[in-house]
Design a protein around this ligand. Structure first.
Ligand code: SF4
Length: 299
């Protein structure tokens, strides 16, 4: 039997392979009740409201909680959480220079970056994969062992799961979707194992991601995991992922959905259904934004 790309049957098979059920289908109009997470029923239903929403996640936050290198003073540099993370004085590229780069310059700058200490242990930087004008941007935490070797994000089992999740959304790696991480170099602990990036490392690398977003202008951002979410939203690192799911946020004027990291889902497969709900929420909103954009172009 030939199963057409984008067909409900194919999606059901992909979701079944991911261990997800029952199946939620993204609809193109309105907000199906089953897509709205029970802990946040009041957001994301209305795309126009979404577009006008204020960036409330930033309200009341102290910018120093997530400082970028140029704003990090001695306090951050001396903090125990990231004492070796920054080498701001030796930074060859400033935030202002990054903000003026084109795509090619950005790739070159990242490839030789020394803005934080992660440069010392990396094999390769991981810029991201996909087109420079993708509609969707998936953002993970940081490269792991395989990614560090291959220079590509989300390879290995977690990458395969992400590919399956995207396939269920009628997306494919490299097509209308860009995949990257909060940090472009692999963070490791003292024993050489993968770890999450510190806030300082994320802050050092974030200007690159911000420039990628500014150049790419994606319609929808998806934060994969807590590190990506709290970094992009400048939230307290102790914020729980569960408190961020089920609604859309705003980042750089764009909608941001939050869901679990595929590596977490491999460990906790029972949460795959929740992740699919998050992705359906994002699909729904992106479809509305695309429709509005088409309407504006036609008028
Ligand atoms: S993680 Fe980012 S800021 Fe740090 S060295 Fe790598 S590219 Fe530069």
């Amino acid at each position: 039997m030939t199963i057409r790309e984008g067909s409900p049957t194919r999606r059901a098979l992909l979701l079944d392979e991911m261990g997800i059920g029952p199946v939620w289908h993204a609809r193109r109009q309105g907000m199906p009740a089953e897509l709205v997470a029970p802990d946040a029923p009041d957001v994301a239903a209305d795309v126009s409201a979404l577009q006008n929403a204020t960036h409330h996640e930033l309200a009341g936050k102290n910018p120093s909680e997530f400082a970028t290198p140029s704003s990090l003073g001695s306090t951050a540099a001396n903090s125990e959480s990231a004492p070796s993370a920054l080498s701001v004085e030796s930074s060859p590229v400033s935030n202002e220079e990054i903000a003026r780069m084109d795509w090619t310059e950005l790739q070159a700058a990242i490839a030789t970056c020394t803005r934080c200490a992660l440069c010392a242990s990396r094999t390769r930087t991981v810029f991201g994969v996909g087109g420079a004008s993708a509609d969707w941007l998936f953002i993970g935490e940081g490269p792991g062992t395989n990614e560090d070797r291959q220079g590509e994000p989300f390879v290995g089992p977690a990458g395969k799961l992400l590919d399956n999740m995207m396939a269920a959304m009628d997306m494919r790696r490299g097509e209308k979707v860009f995949i990257t991480n909060i940090v472009k170099c692999r963070p490791t602990d003292a024993s050489g194992k993968d770890r999450a990036p510190t806030s300082a490392e994320a802050g050092a690398c974030l200007p690159y991601l911000e420039r990628q977003i500014a150049l790419m202008q994606p319609r929808m951002l998806v934060a994969l995991g807590k590190t990506a979410a709290v970094s992009l939203l400048r939230l307290d690192p102790a914020t729980s992922l569960g408190s961020l799911r089920g609604r859309l946020h705003r980042h750089a004027g764009r909608p941001l959905a939050v869901t679990y990291h595929p590596a977490y889902l491999l460990r906790m497969p029972r949460d795959k259904a929740k992740s699919w709900q998050d992705l359906c929420l994002a699909l729904e909103a992106e479809a509305g934004i695309a429709a509005n954009a088409d309407g504006d172009a036609d008028s």
